[in-house]
Design a protein around this ligand. Structure first.
Ligand SMILES: Cc1ncc(COP(=O)(O)O)c(C=O)c1O
Length: 303
């Protein structure tokens, strides 16, 4: 079974779905002159398996295909085939609760900026990955520091693709935050407004009933973000998509981030401002846990 533990990812055991068939984990290799490695012609997904079911699988598969389209290539498998392959890989690795990583990329047939003749590959790995942030984060909240790097303007990059190239900014920001002792970085948009975290969207509570999240004009419209907006509306909260200036953060009552890996994680600190996870965050965490089928008692025991 594939587990993270302290074993390097390339030394784990299990099965990886690679261009149409399951291969032993450690044999899932590619050539050093792979176009994707040099020119970032690579898209991927991050999905979670809960109790044997991949949450919002079709939405993730559709986004993978869309991301590839934005990068100018077509994945040579249909959405049905990709869904089936994700399920097959989770099953082969006997993972009922874990993380699914489909990845598609341009191969090594051509080297250079222009490489329309490269073969398009698809691989899928699944592993156990219980908590993105520390277990205490769910109650106490994470700490964030504002990054010097910003989300790029929509006319400078394919900002709605979940593509490896755009994660260079996230890794730089996250490394910088961790080096300063923070859990994550707050990323501003190209105009200096609140945008998102390095691997999650952000929600801010103004007053007792208003849930605000920035419009996704220069970053991913997360599948978790969309789910949480629906849950918040069902709870009767007013959900508003609008730009938020950094100066407004001092008026915010609660903040949380959302993502497939992060799920709903409260934010306890941004730079020198502190926030206390409150009733809205707690209610939405409960709703999200129920939706994904997590048994609350088991989750708190595990954490
Ligand atoms: C930069 C970034 N923003 C937002 C998200 C949230 O997306 P989702 O909820 O679809 O996982 C992710 C995670 O994929 C991400 O990496």
């Amino acid at each position: 079974m594939a587990t993270t533990n302290s074993v390097p990812f390339h030394e784990m055991d299990g099965w990886i779905w690679y261009d149409g068939k399951l291969v032993p984990w450690q044999d899932a290799k590619l050539h050093v002159l792979t176009h994707a490695l040099h020119y970032a012609s690579c898209v991927f997904e991050g999905e979670r398996v809960y109790g044997g079911q991949i949450f919002k699988l079709r939405e993730h598969t559709n986004r993978l295909i869309y991301s590839a389209d934005l990068l100018g290539f077509e994945i040579p498998w249909t959405a049905d085939e990709i869904d089936a392959a994700c399920k097959e890989t989770a099953k082969a690795n006997k993972i009922d609760d874990g993380y699914v990583r489909p990845v598609a990329w341009r191969g090594s047939e051509q080297m250079g900026v222009s490489a329309p003749g490269t073969k398009i590959h698809l691989a899928i790995a699944v592993w156990t990955w219980p908590s993105y942030f520390s277990p205490e984060a769910r109650t106490k909240g994470i700490s964030m520091v504002t990054s010097k790097w910003r989300r790029p303007a929509p006319d400078t990059a394919p900002v709605h693709a979940k593509c490896s190239g755009l994660y260079m900014i996230c890794t730089l920001s996250k490394h910088e935050a961790e080096a300063k002792g923070y859990d994550d970085a707050l990323m501003l948009d190209w105009k200096g407004r609140v945008a998102e975290a390095t691997g999650a969207n952000i929600f801010m509570m103004f007053g007792d009933n208003k849930v605000v999240t920035p419009p996704t004009d220069c970053f991913l419209n997360g599948i978790t973000r969309q789910t949480v907006m629906e849950l918040a509306k069902k709870r009767g909260y007013e959900v508003v998509e609008r730009h938020v200036e950094v100066a407004e953060l001092k008026n915010v009552k609660e903040i949380f981030v959302t993502g497939t890996a992060a799920e709903i994680t409260p934010v306890g600190k941004i730079d020198d401002m502190t926030f206390t996870p409150g009733a809205i965050t707690k209610a939405l965490i409960e709703d999200y846990d129920r939706l994904v089928g997590r048994v609350p008692a088991k989750a708190s025991a595990a954490e």
